[in-house]
Design a protein around this ligand. Sequence first.
Ligand SMILES: [Zn+2]
Length: 269
Amino acid sequence: MADADVYDLYAVKYATHQRKAAANFVNPVDPHEAWPIDYFVWAAVSSSRTFVIDTGFKAETAKKRGRTFLRCPTEALALIGVDAKAVKDVIVTHFHYDHIGNFDLFPAATFHLQDREMAFATGRHMLNPKHGSSMNVDDVVGMVRHVYGKRVRFHDGDADLAPGISLHHIGGHTAGMQSVRVMTKRGRVVVASDAAHLYANMETRNPFPVIFELDKVLAGYDRLKALADSPDHVVPGHDPLVLKYYPAVSPKLAGIAVRLDAAPTRGRG
Ligand SMILES: [Zn+2]
């Protein structure tokens, strides 16, 4: 594999939410236990290409939904040297409000998404508040506009975007939920996004309670592990432990940005 096909991989935190375990698990052990979640965007950077994975939400969305907004996701990316304005490829793991806001701040990007997610977000399931309430309609409409602007690349299932970067349709959480596998210097790392919100969802097979198809959520946990080089190569989408387990990009960015291409300090396997 050429050097250009091995990526540095980052997780960058842009928001957080104090909540109880009841909001994170179908069957919480203690529903009243404090169990905060973090909000991230991710970036895979090689000597020749940059892929941004998800684009986060805006301050106004945070306010509406009671989330603690720490920094614009594009400012978060700037901290690790990624200029949103120059990014050519954005992978959209799914259409929930915390993953597809801000795409207007990526003027040069093509957006990679699953056929099934666009159909899901614009079809009958959105009549059900259980699914529709996790979408921001303006973001969905914005993405439809990008379709007409020819800035969307649709994928139907798994796809290789470039040597070392592949998409994997998982479903479950939403119909078109996809995770991203990235070749790094420590091997193949899977950015699960919301195919696994927290380590504990995956490890105890006790899913996050926003579910489209439960059997696919559970099968997805197995799939993530099968795709990655080890259980320690699977990175959940909202777990504050990610910032504890992985080394900070620099001392200044401790608690904000970590290197997922470096081994975690504490194994989960
Ligand atoms: Zn999410």
